[in-house]
Design a protein around this ligand. Structure first.
Ligand SMILES: Cc1cc2nc3c(=O)[nH]c(=O)nc-3n(C[C@H](O)[C@H](O)[C@H](O)COP(=O)(O)OP(=O)(O)OC[C@H]3O[C@@H](n4cnc5c(N)ncnc54)[C@H](O)[C@@H]3O)c2cc1C
Length: 248
């Protein structure tokens, strides 16, 4: 398992529930500019809750560098897709990601998980506000897909921030779930034209903000900015949950 910090350090209970399996790459797709989605078929059971992560290790990578052959990813598919899981990532050119991009379909990886507690709260009377920064969409895609498939009663608002439409992965999927599920609202924010998400925008776009639980995921700087924007909008710090993606 990869080294974690703070809240992300896995608990002993999580260890009892997690396991390492072999998985094989079965599909690869471009989902936005410089962004790939990779689907693996697990060779065993790995039940997970939408929003959780998996640690992937490539035992025989095509390329190697000092950053190693293992990474943590949010699972962006939903539990209904098991025994397949999909992850999505910006293709930064690291050895790990060049291997994902260029290895033949069938590439074997080790999948260790699930980990993490960045999952939807249980109380459906409280709406969820999701703030996704770029590739930080991955856990929210899983949660929104799962909530639609299981007809959960939660109201879900996603403010999805990217530089441009071309950078925005999975917009069509998200729009489809918003059409299928009246509880889902998707608000794309293209920072090149609209600027960054602020406390004002959060207040404007989120009815019932006072009762909402807020979730922010993405690069560290994005998550830090969103925490401040939420505080500016008057959200109680106890109602803010975050997932930082290092390496961006
Ligand atoms: C909970 C969680 C969920 C994530 N979900 C996604 C996702 O869905 N999509 C995505 O693209 N990326 C995700 N990441 C980030 C991912 O693990 C990579 O760090 C990132 O994709 C950059 O990888 P790289 O190979 O491009 O960058 P590089 O800069 O080459 O490598 C990343 C660097 O970060 C280090 N690192 C990896 N994990 C951690 C960690 N937990 N704490 C501190 N340092 C670490 C590595 O050792 C490496 O040095 C997630 C990370 C975490 C912790």
């Amino acid at each position: 398992m990869l080294q974690r910090t703070g809240r992300e350090r896995s608990s002993a209970a999580e260890h009892l529930l997690s396991m390492a399996l072999t998985a094989h790459l079965v599909d690869r797709a471009t989902v936005a500019e410089g962004t790939g989605a990779f689907t693996f078929r697990l060779d065993g059971d790995m039940p997970f809750t939408a929003g959780q992560t998996v640690d992937l290790t490539i035992p025989s990578p095509l390329y190697s560098d000092e950053k190693g052959n293992a990474r943590t990813f949010s699972i962006t598919s939903s539990p209904a897709d098991l025994p397949s899981i999909t992850i999505a990532t910006r293709l930064t050119g690291s050895a790990f990601k060049r291997t994902l991009l260029e290895a033949p379909i069938g590439l074997a990886v080790e999948a260790d998980g699930p980990y993490g507690s960045f999952t939807l709260h249980h109380k459906a009377s409280r709406p969820a506000l999701f703030l996704a920064g770029g590739i930080g969409i991955t856990p929210f895609r899983s949660i929104i897909k799962d909530a639609t498939e299981r007809r959960l009663a939660h109201r879900l608002v996603l403010l999805y921030s990217n530089r441009t439409r071309g950078n925005s992965a999975f917009l069509d999927d998200l729009d489809g779930w918003a059409r299928a599920n009246a509880n889902v609202r998707i608000v794309p924010v293209f920072t090149e034209t609209s600027g960054f998400v602020t406390g004002e925008i959060i207040k404007r776009e989120t009815p019932d903000l006072a009762s909402a639980i807020a979730y922010a995921a993405g690069p560290d700087a994005f998550v830090r900015a969103m925490r401040q924007a939420l505080l500016d909008a008057g959200v109680d710090p106890d109602d803010i949950r975050t997932e930082e993606f290092p390496g961006y």
